[in-house]
Design a protein around this ligand. Structure first.
Ligand code: HEM
Ligand code: NAG
Length: 327
């Protein structure tokens, strides 16, 4: 029986991984020196603004990293997540993974304003978000990586794809992995990128089911019942996903999974699911070896940032205001 479940899982993996998505061969490639003559100060400006943001509140690092993830998983990294709702455009901000949850947009607005005064009309919001996410990680102790640039901003957003493509807290391992494979990311990328949960907070709504399970005696998770009551109420109360070092980008998130202390069900599944053969080994490896985690995380972030939307290269633009398409 175990083998038949496994083979169902494996055939699912094979089917999904052949779906052609993401970057097409004809896309203009992203380059490291894209703005070197048109806006040579771009990296400096983003870094300076991110330093201020993270200094004023370290959670801002987490907010920006998550914004980038939610951008890239919907139509590719094209700034679609940043668009406000208007009479003619339904944005992604009210889609279920985002509503009451995704915050930090004003950090990107501030960077954009600064860049518009320095190099007007040059740097796309999608690129700003990608650079800002890299800087966010560094500023809380994580690894550095070079950021390929040259994305264009979309003139559209997709409420539907935001609902369909972004993984959710109570999803099982199969669901989570299939959403990453759909984006052209691997199982290794999935486990490494979920390591972003070493920073930031989750709302009670997203971990209630988890903390009322039988947790094998985690006093920490049981203790969260006062923050997150079993019945109605307290949905928006928050707790850190890595309670050991909530504001530090390190590998302690994986050690929590080894102790069945992952706050989100989706995270714990990577170690505890009956299907967690490959992912379990990766969780162990990253818990033991922070260098291996940092290397893979950097690589996987570049790969995620490379999910581009070929339509945005043809019909896209550099928005003047990240919240609205140019008129
Ligand atoms: C593996 C599948 C994933 C699932 C199911 C998932 C789900 C979630 C959920 C439910 C929250 C809490 C939101 C809330 O309660 O309002 C959250 C927060 C967060 N996620 Fe993920 N996520 C996943 C992968 C990722 C990836 C790939 C990244 C980035 C590379 C990321 C970065 C973050 C960050 C930084 C936060 C904290 C944000 C804050 O402090 O507000 N997540 N995620
Ligand atoms: C990302 O894209 C750049 C430019 O197109 C390419 O050089 C690089 O190899 C890609 N990296 C990954 C990890 O996919």
């Amino acid at each position: 029986m175990a083998t038949s479940r496994l083979s169902v899982f494996l055939s699912l993996v094979v089917t999904l991984s052949t779906v052609p998505v993401g970057s097409l061969a004809s896309d203009p490639p992203l380059t490291l020196d894209y703005y070197s003559s048109s806006c040579p100060t771009v990296l400096e400006i983003v870094r300076k603004e991110m330093e201020c943001a993270v200094l004023s509140d370290p959670r801002n690092a987490a907010l920006v990293v998550r914004l980038h993830f939610h951008d890239c998983f919907v139509q590719g990294c094209d700034g679609s997540v940043l668009l406000d709702d208007t009479f003619t455009l339904k944005g992604e901000k009210t889609a279920s993974p985002n509503v009451n949850s995704l915050i930090g947009f004003e950090i990107i607005d501030r960077i954009k304003n600064y860049l518009e005064s320095e190099c007007p009309g040059i740097v796309s919001c999608a690129d700003i978000l990608t650079i800002a996410a890299r800087d966010a990680v560094i500023l809380v102790g994580g690894p550095y990586w070079d950021v390929p640039l040259g994305r264009k901003d979309s003139k559209t957003a997709s409420f539907e794809l935001a609902n369909e493509n972004i993984p959710t807290a109570n999803e099982d391992l199969r669901g989570i992995i299939s959403k990453f494979l759909y984006q052209g990311l691997s199982i290794t990328d999935t486990v490494a990128l979920a390591g972003a949960h070493t920073i930031g907070m989750a709302r009670c709504e997203n971990f209630r089911a988890r903390i009322y399970e039988d947790l094998g005696g985690s006093s920490h998770l049981s203790g969260l019942k006062s923050t997150c009551p079993a019945a109605e109420g307290g949905d928006d109360n928050i707790a850190p996903m890595d309670y050991v070092s909530p504001n530090v980008f390190d590998n302690s998130f994986y050690s929590l999974l080894l102790k069945n202390e992952g706050l989100l069900n989706s995270d714990q599944e990577m170690y505890s699911s009956v299907l967690a053969v490959q992912t379990k080994g990766l969780v162990r490896k990253y818990a033991e070896d922070s260098v291996a985690f940092f290397q893979q995380f950097s690589d996987s972030m570049v790969k995620m940032g490379n999910i581009t939307n070929s339509d945005s290269f043809v019909n896209g633009q550099v928005r003047k205001n990240c919240r609205f398409i140019n008129t």
